[in-house]
Design a protein around this ligand. Structure first.
Ligand SMILES: [Zn+2]
Ligand SMILES: [Zn+2]
Ligand SMILES: [Zn+2]
Length: 386
């Protein structure tokens, strides 16, 4: 035991005589053990082989994974040449999406959407490359909880290394987390808050169990010779917070007097995503495309992906190469890569020019969802109806 009783003064404010005769007696016997840092100091944690850097509380205990095992020579990706077809939308689709857009805005007049005449439709379809790297990271921290009869197994065996502890099988590309109690690290400590008493002196009555009567201010009398009815003339009243006991159950150990101290291992699965969208000159801002999907041209998932080859757009090829290099460097340092996935989408963008009331206007229809962007809609207030 790391605990040594250095104090022989049981003077922790437990002055209520009723308290000592409670159920506390049996396990106490000797004066309450106190660590040398005083009752509020954190418990001292043992050093566990393989877990030396572990600290109490969040933040610490980060564990780099063992060396990653990259494949010796990358297998050649299949030189499959998919047929890159460019989807285009019809005038009817454009008009329908535009009408839906106008009606979704409560104040917009539907007239431009209904009566506008399309004069030109131009495709600015673009590619989006997406790389996902699904990683696992592990960290440890010392934890404690009220002792409830769990097995005490610290030092009975060498604990398994943090990366050798089996965790649940994760669902690829989905963030999740699991907390595991590391075997052979559990030990028992006296509660540091109540120094193993299970109870704490009541702050409200300073441990006395009663207080000066607030009605008669301790005199026992009111208005001359009238006996105080509130305290029946005692001059003191029972403390309501501790029901006159002078002490309350210790919240740290929940009255159990002892704490189970052990190492928790947190396993975290994270999907790290990077997007690259090829610049296009339609005038539609790039961020609009975050909300839509495109036609999937490539989907490739494996332990470690290889840069795409033979794709017609060289911007995509070089972005893939760069992102794959970045991800594999960054994520293999702080975590373990479990799986990667790369996708290429072709996002349809159509710029529609139309005439309404003798003037030319434009809107965009984009994504598989036929989303519309019309920042300069000519009739944004239906009150101005013609
Ligand atoms: Zn009174
Ligand atoms: Zn009290
Ligand atoms: Zn306690």
């Amino acid at each position: 035991m790391a605990y040594q009783s250095t104090s022989d003064t049981p003077g922790h404010g437990f002055v209520n005589p009723g308290f000592a005769t409670h159920d506390v007696g049996a396990a106490m016997g000797a004066p309450p053990p106190a660590d040398s840092y005083g009752p509020s100091a954190p418990p001292m944690f043992d050093s566990v082989p393989g877990y030396e850097g572990t600290v109490a509380g969040g933040g610490g205990g980060f564990l780099p994974p063992p060396m990653p095992s990259f494949p010796e020579s990358p297998p050649q990706p299949e030189p499959s040449q998919p047929h890159w077809t460019i989807p285009s939308i019809t005038e009817d689709t454009a008009r329908g999406a535009f009408a839906l857009y106008a009606s979704s805005k409560c104040c917009y007049s539907s007239s431009p959407a209904k009566n506008g005449v399309i004069s030109n439709m131009e495709a600015f379809n673009t590619y989006r490359y997406r790389l996902e790297t699904f990683t696992e990271s592990r960290s440890t921290e010392w934890s404690q909880k009220p002792y409830n009869g769990e097995p005490i197994d610290a030092f009975s065996q060498q604990p398994p290394g943090p990366w050798n502890i089996a965790a649940q099988a994760p669902t690829f590309f989905q963030d999740s987390k699991q907390v595991i109690k590391v075997p052979y690290t559990s030990s028992l400590k006296n509660c540091h808050d109540c120094v193993g008493m299970g109870r704490m002196p009541c702050k409200n009555c300073a441990g006395a169990g009663n207080k000066v009567c607030w009605v008669c201010n301790g005199s026992g009398y009111r208005h001359g010779d009238d006996r105080c009815s509130h305290c029946s003339g005692r001059g003191r009243e029972n403390c309501t917070q501790c029901q006159g006991q002078g002490s309350k159950e210790c919240s740290t150990c929940q009255g159990r007097r002892q704490l189970l101290v052990y190492i928790n291992l947190t396993v975290k699965w994270t999907n790290n995503t990077s997007d690259y969208v090829v610049e296009q000159s339609s005038g539609l801002l790039l961020e609009n495309l975050n909300k839509v999907t495109g036609k999937e041209l490539l989907k490739d998932a494996r332990y470690l992906v290889f840069p795409v080859m033979g794709f017609p757009d060289l911007n995509v090829v070089s972005a893939a190469e760069r992102l794959i290099r970045e991800h594999q460097t960054t994520h293999s340092q702080s975590s373990r890569i479990l799986q990667q996935r790369q996708t290429i989408e072709l996002i349809p963008i159509t710029k529609v020019t139309y005439r309404w009331k003798g003037k030319s206007h434009l809107y965009f229809v984009y994504g598989n969802e036929f989303k519309v962007n019309a920042d300069n809609y000519p009739a944004t207030c239906c009150c101005a109806l013609m």
